[in-house]
Design a protein around this ligand. Structure first.
Ligand SMILES: NC(=O)c1ccc[n+]([C@@H]2O[C@H](COP(=O)([O-])OP(=O)(O)OC[C@H]3O[C@@H](n4cnc5c(N)ncnc54)[C@H](O)[C@@H]3O)[C@@H](O)[C@H]2O)c1
Length: 380
């Protein structure tokens, strides 16, 4: 296998984010990623992706994917209930795996996946990849260079408009897993913890604010359901390095709570925790003004580049190095969601015990740029 051959990868779970995000952006990195095929429990969804790409095999089952010796890696884009079992099956079959977030429902399941990958010397990565955005990386460089003095506080949120109004399977999201924090706050949390390391203690409030909802879109439009997990979470955070933070997550409506703001002794940065190309603002303590600071020219235009984490994962497979969007960091984010619920139940602050090694900054030339090609302008 030449070092530059793209990794042959199969998408399992061919729904909304596979079609709108990952497929077009994986096709943009052909020097690193080869979309070898597709599987979905709804065969029509897999057929549709193959038709869009114009190539690739449609598989009849997960087992058939995993039995194919041509397949090197699985991109797990199923909904939450499929994350742990599909990723575990892939690892046990000797395939590298990259999962959508959260990596699993419980942190114990994440521990098992990490052990399995380590034992088999396989790469295991997990979304979100928003820390790899050029703007998010640029702010990280500027913080390390001291532009806002000593950072002390970080505020983040992910409160999207009512999920059932735009997602055909909103009921699946609100009846599986830990809470909205596990599904939505990985965006601000992954950037925060990339900048400042693990969180050591949380104090949380988790509850349901909209007890009954109706699907407004998709083939099951009109279906009434009751969320069984908290749809609204507030948290106070204490980082292992002593920094403090606040987190807000909800499936109940938009919010103007900062999506990601980092406060320091000499100023503050504001940057989007999900999309690249949204602009960087510096709130200066010197002149008390808000400045727009230049974005890197390479910033992806007002969106998350869904292919970037997978491209870094593929490069890590070929170079046998650490995956930047690591399973260990993803496990930490699952534990934070668990501990926020526990704190809400007990009324007490709760320790978060998992730790992870910080990712390497992408540097001046990102791994997806130096691996033998340039991203192609597909699906931007
Ligand atoms: N839609 C978004 O905007 C968005 C954004 C970021 C992340 N995500 C994440 O991506 C994941 C998928 O979300 P989505 O919006 O694409 O959901 P979706 O419901 O639109 O698609 C999921 C697909 O996976 C298939 N599936 C589920 N379990 C399966 C299994 N065990 N085996 C094979 N196929 C299976 C379903 O048939 C469906 O086609 C979720 O974890 C979600 O949190 C979604």
């Amino acid at each position: 296998m030449p070092a530059t051959a793209p990794v042959r990868l199969v998408i399992i779970g061919c729904g909304s984010i596979a079609k709108g995000g990952y497929q077009p952006r994986c096709l943009a990195y052909p020097h690193l990623i080869s979309l070898h095929g597709y599987f979905d429990q709804n065969r029509a969804a897999a057929e549709e992706l193959r038709q869009i790409a114009g190539s690739g095999r449609v598989y009849a089952s997960v087992d058939e994917v995993l039995a194919d010796p041509e397949v090197e890696a699985v991109l797990n884009l199923t909904t939450l209930g499929g994350h742990y079992p599909v990723t575990l099956a892939a690892l046990k079959a000797g395939k590298h795996a990259f999962s959508e977030k959260p990596i699993s429902i419980t942190s114990a399941e994440a521990d098992e996946l990490i052990r399995e990958a380590a034992q088999r010397k396989l790469k295991l990565g997990c979304a979100p990849s928003s820390s790899l955005g050029y703007e998010q990386q640029s702010v990280w460089v500027r913080i390390r260079a001291g532009e806002i003095g000593t950072p002390h506080t970080v505020l983040g949120s992910f409160a999207c408009s009512r999920l059932e109004c735009w997602h055909a399977n909103a009921d699946v999201f609100m009846t599986t897993g830990v809470s909205v924090a596990a599904d939505a706050t990985p965006y601000p949390l992954c950037v925060m913890t990339t900048y400042f390391g693990p969180i050591a203690r949380v104090f949380g409030f988790a509850r349901n604010t909209v007890p009954e909802r109706t699907l407004q879109t998709g083939p099951r439009k009109g279906t009434v359901f009751k969320p069984t997990i908290p749809d609204h979470v507030l948290g106070a955070l204490e980082f292992a390095n002593g920094m403090k933070g606040m987190l807000y997550a909800g499936w109940s409506g938009q919010s103007e709570f900062p999506r990601l703001e980092i406060q320091g002794s000499e100023g503050a940065f504001s940057v989007h925790p999900h999309n690249d190309g949204m602009g960087i603002r510096l709130l200066s303590a010197k002149d008390h003004e808000i400045h727009t600071v230049p974005s890197p020219a390479k910033a992806f235009p007002k969106a998350l580049d869904w292919g970037k984490g997978v491209a870094d994962f593929a490069d890590a497979i070929r170079r046998d190095r650490r995956v930047r969007c690591s399973a260990e960091q993803a496990r930490h984010l699952v534990e934070i969601a668990e501990r926020l619920n526990e704190s809400s139940r007990t009324g007490m602050p709760v320790a978060v015990t998992s730790r992870f090694e910080a990712m390497e900054p992408i540097g001046d030339v990102a791994p997806w740029e130096h691996s033998g090609g340039q991203a192609q302008a597909v699906g931007r």
